[in-house]
Write a protein that binds this ligand. Sequence first.
Ligand SMILES: *[C@@H]1O[C@H](CO)[C@@H](O)[C@H](O)[C@H]1NC(C)=O
Ligand SMILES: *[C@@H]1O[C@H](CO)[C@@H](O)[C@H](O)[C@H]1NC(C)=O
Ligand SMILES: *[C@@H]1O[C@H](CO)[C@@H](O)[C@H](O)[C@H]1NC(C)=O
Ligand SMILES: *[C@@H]1O[C@H](CO)[C@@H](O)[C@H](O)[C@H]1NC(C)=O
Length: 503
Amino acid sequence: MLRWCVVWACLAGVARAFCPPGCNCDDNVPSARCVGVGLNVLPILFNPGLRRLNMAHNLISSLNDGLVFFDRLEELDLSNNALAYLGTENFVEQVRLQELRLAHNNLTTLTPGAFRGLNSLTLLDLSHNGLIDLQPGMLEDAPRLTVLLLAHNKLHVLVRHTFRGLRSLHVLDLCDNYFRDVPSSALGDLQSLKSLHMCRNRLTRLEPDAFTTPALTSLSLETNNIDHIEAGALQRLKNLQKLNLNDNLLREVPAAVLSLLLMLDTLILSKNNFTTIQAEAFRSLSRLTTLEISRCPRLASLHPNAFAHCISLQRLTISHNPLIRHLPERLFTSLPRLHTLDLRANSLKSVSEASMPWGSLARLDLRDNQLVCNCSIRWLAALLGAANTSLAAPDVQCAAPEKLKGLYLSRLSPSEQLCVDQVQVVVGIVVVTVSTVLLMALSVLLCKYRRRNQRDKMGRMWPPGPLAPWPPDDHTAPTRHIMADEYVYHTYSSVRKIPVTKV
Ligand SMILES: *[C@@H]1O[C@H](CO)[C@@H](O)[C@H](O)[C@H]1NC(C)=O
Ligand SMILES: *[C@@H]1O[C@H](CO)[C@@H](O)[C@H](O)[C@H]1NC(C)=O
Ligand SMILES: *[C@@H]1O[C@H](CO)[C@@H](O)[C@H](O)[C@H]1NC(C)=O
Ligand SMILES: *[C@@H]1O[C@H](CO)[C@@H](O)[C@H](O)[C@H]1NC(C)=O
């Protein structure tokens, strides 16, 4: 016993310098870092004043009271180990611990009391485990928690009061779990929650009052199967600023739902099943600055008033929508602040100069469309070719006509290569018209000439020679006169039919 005490005293004496093999220790902080060195238990012989301990990428499968000596710890990283359970009261001494990282372990359930003592904890990372549920009040022992990361687990429901006591929680990450419904009743305790991530779950619809977290400013619902959002689903989110609905199955912009989100500034609606963007789809969103509608395989048209009232819109991305061939002329002109317009990789054939919001536009991307390089986009060629312009716009390639295909628009000469067809057409029309007129005039002249010739011939034969004696005076004389009159009015061909020989 005495011997043990001596050993302990000696160890305590050298503790400042003690650092297990493979670890890096810094006695100034003090901190220790033993990453990926194959440890399967927590070494207990570090400096007891340790404030930061990083044991990531080892083989630790159990805590086994290993932390009792380190009551000064502020940051503890145990991620990428083999922990299958945390036990209870393994953190009771860690009253100063602020960050606890347990990601990439093998945790499937947590027992009540697992986090007892963690009064100062602000960040808890439990992502990439196999958690199938969380018991109510489980996290009450960490009342200061502001960030809770539960992504990549197997959660599918959270009962009421799962988050009881978490009055300061600001960020909750539930991405990559198995939720079919929003755990609305559990979220009700999170009155300070600002950021909720539910990406890559199995949500199919959002029920009325799905979100009961009034402080929420950012909501990510990316990559679910949402095809319907009930009218009141987001109505409590009066402070919502960012909404991500990327990669869902919406068939139309949920305009009525969105119209209640008066503080919204960023909206991502890409990868949905829209066929059209209807008129005033974003009405009431007068604070919206960023809007993205990209990669919608069925989207073919946008109503000219689709963006009506989006007076703050600065960045608009409508890209990679293969069925968009044309954009309405007035679509962007009602957006007085628009400075970045990304229209890349649609199937636009032409873009009119008048459709651009020239007062504010600073960036324009029209790459990878199906632009027909003709006189109609001469303005764009001039713009892209200009050495000195405040507009940032990458060069675009022509998709047609065949002879300009693949060529960069800025390098074409507007008057020779873009408008050349038009000039040719005009010249062609003039040539054809002039030659037609000339031809007609010529034929008229010819006609007259031949007619005169004919008349002269008739004149020479008049009166007829002795071989054609005058018929008896009584009835044929008037006939001859009439025939002479007909001469004047008949065409050349009919003239030929006159039976001169009979005469
Ligand atoms: C996780 O636990 C399961 C059984 O619960 C076990 O089969 C698996 O090997 C464990 N994985 C690791 C990395 O320890
Ligand atoms: C998209 O909507 C159409 C009907 O508008 C439907 O037939 C199709 O299945 C939808 N696509 C997906 C992936 O659900
Ligand atoms: C240029 O091509 C576009 C797209 O095919 C067409 O709508 C437009 O009328 C053409 N302009 C001229 C001047 O030919
Ligand atoms: C380039 O632009 C600046 C202002 O943007 C202007 O002062 C300058 O004269 C321009 N130079 C040419 C060559 O156009």
